[in-house]
Design a binder for this molecule. Structure first.
Ligand code: FES
Length: 274
């Protein structure tokens, strides 16, 4: 029996509760949303193809470190930061550029304070909701032991900020095709992506602490006042962190899907390039 099941004299047993509201809707939607994203993102990362079209690069494949020009729908070699696909790559794995970079956004999302709450409840059931019985036999120890790795979040934040810069550069490039400026639906899709990611990332609790933490006085000098202004901006984003987390998660997957479908020729990108 866990401490949580005893606290307050709750009904004992997994998912047992005296609550009368539909508390299970949130965990269920989280399982469907996060589970669906995980399945799609894993599938897309394993493809290694159809991630590029004209001026559009899927965010799942950016930054593009190596390119395998033989793969259908791959980027031209000059788009690779480090060149042609490496010969040392294990042949049992698909030659997918996504494998080199996916760990960074994955660690950032997985260690996010909001997602932690969401998947601890939905996937681990520890407990599945407030005043709801946890998985039996579990002994809640907080984020100690193995879960101490969640402290990586503050470092993953630095990588996430770098990624926003790179994806913003990709978004600008999406408005130029063969040196000709223009705009397509894909340009707008890829422009919105770093904007939503920025709204999510710059509402991060760690970022909020970085810009406004450890200050005893907000108005004592100009630097403190400036940090206070920044902190207020971050706080405004932070208040809707869950919403930004979901919208940006959906949009990054949609961006990959859009580029993929255009690259495969399954849909036509409306654009000024014709
Ligand atoms: S707390 Fe969610 S991104 Fe940092």
């Amino acid at each position: 029996m866990s401490d949580l099941a005893r606290a307050g004299g709750h009904v004992i047993g997994f998912a047992a509760t005296a609550r009368r509201d539909r508390w299970w809707i949130g965990p269920l939607l989280t399982v469907l949303g996060l589970g669906g994203f995980a399945v799609y993102a894993t599938w897309a990362a394993f493809q290694g193809s159809y991630y590029f079209h004209g001026a559009y690069l899927s965010p799942f494949y950016s930054p593009l470190l190596f390119v395998n020009p033989a793969a259908p729908g791959s980027a031209p070699l000059e788009h690779a930061w480090l060149g042609r696909w490496p010969s040392w790559w294990p042949s049992i794995l698909p030659a997918s550029p996504a494998f080199f970079i996916m760990a960074f956004p994955l660690v950032f999302r997985a260690t996010c304070y909001y997602y932690r709450k969401a998947y601890y409840r939905s996937f681990f059931g520890t407990p599945p909701g407030c005043a709801v019985g946890p998985v039996p036999g579990g002994r809640y120890r907080g984020e100690t032991g193995l879960l101490i790795v969640q402290n990586l979040h503050r470092y993953a934040l630095y990588a996430a900020i770098v990624f926003i810069g790179i994806l913003s550069y990709d978004a600008v490039r999406a408005f130029f095709r063969d040196g000709r400026p223009g705009v397509g639906v894909g340009s707008m899709v890829l422009l919105l992506n770093p904007m939503l990611l920025a709204a999510y990332t710059f509402g991060c609790h760690s970022w909020r602490h970085l810009v406004g933490g450890r200050l005893d006085c907000f108005s004592c000098d100009r630097q403190s006042a400036m940090r206070h202004g920044l902190w207020r901006g971050v706080t405004a984003l932070n208040a809707h962190h869950m919403q930004w987390a979901w919208v940006s998660l959906f949009w990054v997957a949609f961006s990959d899907l859009y580029v993929r479908l255009v690259s495969m020729g399954l849909i036509r990108d409306l654009s000024t390039w014709g």
